[in-house]
Design a protein around this ligand. Structure first.
Ligand SMILES: [Zn+2]
Length: 392
């Protein structure tokens, strides 16, 4: 039994065939159509599904009347921005990303997965894949159980009936949830939180994404708009959040927030101290080169400005995590996203700071860990989520 997991991001759409054990059988990526026009995105998703089914050795009988038109994909592909890039990427991605997983899939020889870029080679893969039972899609926003996307700011979507639109195109049950929630499902199914019943994932990237699992099930609230830890108000800040509020965690502890605050420090610190600082030397005075990794690297080397910026990120993240622990008492809090690459340096700082914010300090039991599935968490989690929603 297999499922398709799709991670619909603002810049890329990733899709993969995932086994019921959470193994990636095949995976492809395309650019998200610029501007996020709904019909074009729906077509791109349909094409990715179609292509996955083909590359997986399955006929495309599940696709009803999608514009990709299975017999003549090229003509349809040309109408959809971004798909040309996807065409070129399929062989590369198969070779680079899928080879390792394919070696673990019964019946697939390493030589079978090698791809020379010809479609005949793709279709000749000697894999028997049973029917795809369901498709899960993680979206960068909030939606209800029917797949009505209330709001997805980076796609410029408001009240888009994505579930219904896909139902008209694809004859496989589709289940839609927030992308960070899907990633959390992935970590619980096959990652660092395997076997954990209650946990929270916080992804620290451009923004802050989050997912909550309570009693082995996802929790997104009564209307699908909950589980937004990035908008937990944890203090007063010098700029407002994109949501319009002031003090959201996202404005303290995302990579964007870290860069903004570091720029402020560089501006506000007296000239002599700035010129002496490692971080100032690294960026040659131009703040355009600042990124989360550089700031953490400089902090690790003891640079006072970078350390001050990192410590502020940690302080407010620890307040947010303390609040989560006080309310939910999860077994584990998983830190993902680009900032989590700071590794033990970040986790150690958090573990020092969090006890200040929990009410029962003698019971500091929640484990703080790094996410383990990286970019694959979304597609794996989406596929697992689809499986969990079907009565199989
Ligand atoms: Zn906010």
């Amino acid at each position: 039994m297999n499922f398709i997991g799709i991670d619909l991001g603002a810049t890329k759409i990733k899709a993969g065939i995932i086994s019921e054990n959470g193994e990636i059988i095949n995976k492809i990526t395309t650019d998200t159509p610029v501007g996020g026009e709904v019909d074009v995105v729906v077509n791109s998703i349909g094409m990715l599904v179609n292509r996955l089914l083909k590359t997986g050795g399955i006929t495309a009988r599940h696709i009803k009347d999608i514009d990709v038109g299975t017999p003549d994909m090229k003509a349809a592909d040309a109408r959809v921005p971004g798909i040309e890039a996807a065409d070129k990427k399929v062989p590369d991605i198969k070779a680079a990303d899928v080879e390792k997983q394919n070696t673990e899939v019964a019946g697939v020889r390493r030589s079978d997965t090698r791809n020379t870029g010809k479609s005949s080679d793709i279709e000749n893969i000697n894999v028997e894949i049973p029917d795809i039972k369901g498709i899960g899609i993680g979206i960068p926003g909030a939606c209800n159980d029917e797949g009505l996307v209330y709001y997805a700011p980076n796609l410029f979507w408001n009240n888009v009936p994505l579930g219904e639109l896909l139902k008209e195109k694809i004859d496989i049950p589709v289940f839609i949830e927030n992308d960070a929630t899907m990633a959390t499902v992935g970590e619980v199914a096959c990652g660092v939180a395997r076997g954990v019943s209650n946990c929270v994932l916080i992804t620290l990237g451009t923004g802050i994404g989050s997912g909550i699992i309570i009693n082995n099930d996802v929790y997104s609230g009564s209307h699908g708009i909950g589980s937004e830890i990035g908008h937990m108000i944890v203090g007063e800040n010098f700029y407002n959040c994109n949501c319009g509020n002031n003090g959201c965690l996202e404005t303290f502890s995302s990579a964007t927030a870290l860069i903004k605050y570091t720029k402020k420090l560089l501006k506000d610190t007296d000239n002599n101290s700035v010129y002496d600082s490692l971080i100032f030397k690294k960026i040659n005075g131009g703040t355009g080169l600042l990124d989360g990794k550089l700031i953490f690297d400089c902090a690790k080397k003891g640079d006072p400005i970078a350390t001050k910026a990192v410590d502020r990120l940690v302080k407010y993240l620890a307040i947010g995590i303390g609040n989560i622990i006080n309310i939910l008492d999860p077994e584990m809090i998983i830190i993902g996203g680009g900032i989590s690459k700071a590794g033990d340096y970040l986790i150690d700082k958090l573990n020092k700071e969090i006890p200040r914010n929990i009410w029962l300090k003698s019971m500091n039991l929640t484990k703080i860990v790094r996410a383990s599935l990286g970019n694959n968490a979304g597609i794996i989690g989406s596929a697992v989520y689809a499986g969990s929603r079907l009565d199989l």
